[in-house]
Design a protein around this ligand. Structure first.
Ligand SMILES: [Zn+2]
Length: 123
């Protein structure tokens, strides 16, 4: 695999820094927001900066917060789906598929038997 450009390998429009790679690429932004909405987590993560801060453990007392372990699972499910399809695009040369990404999130949600309605109380 060649890294001939500092630009995002997906959108080719922005420098691919860590934030862009994980969260801020235009394709991933839509995937995060749609998945957060489906998992009823938009109250807790109304912006992607809050997702980023959660991932970086930069929220105050991040690991000590009672809700951390509960939220780590659904956020991890979304991150894993986005990560999977990022590499399918970069390595396999497939076009980005929002629906495939969301389908993976739904399937994981089902497999894990998570009831995301419980998160309403975590705002
Ligand atoms: Zn991009």
């Amino acid at each position: 695999m060649k890294y001939t450009s500092p630009l995002s390998s997906l959108c080719k429009a922005s420098i691919e820094n860590d934030f862009h790679l994980i969260v801020d690429c235009k394709f991933k932004r839509v995937a995060w927001m749609r998945a957060l909405r489906e998992l009823e987590l938009l109250n807790r993560f109304p912006t992607l900066m809050q997702v980023w801060q959660f991932l970086l453990l930069s929220e105050k007392n991040a690991l000590k917060r009672r809700q951390f372990h509960t939220l780590a699972i659904p956020i991890g499910v979304i991150l894993a789906a986005i990560w999977k399809y990022h590499w399918q695009c970069v390595i396999e040369g497939n076009p980005w598929s929002l629906e495939a990404c969301l389908s993976t999130v739904r399937s994981q949600r089902f497999d894990l038997g998570l009831n995301f309605h419980d998160f309403d109380c975590l705002v």
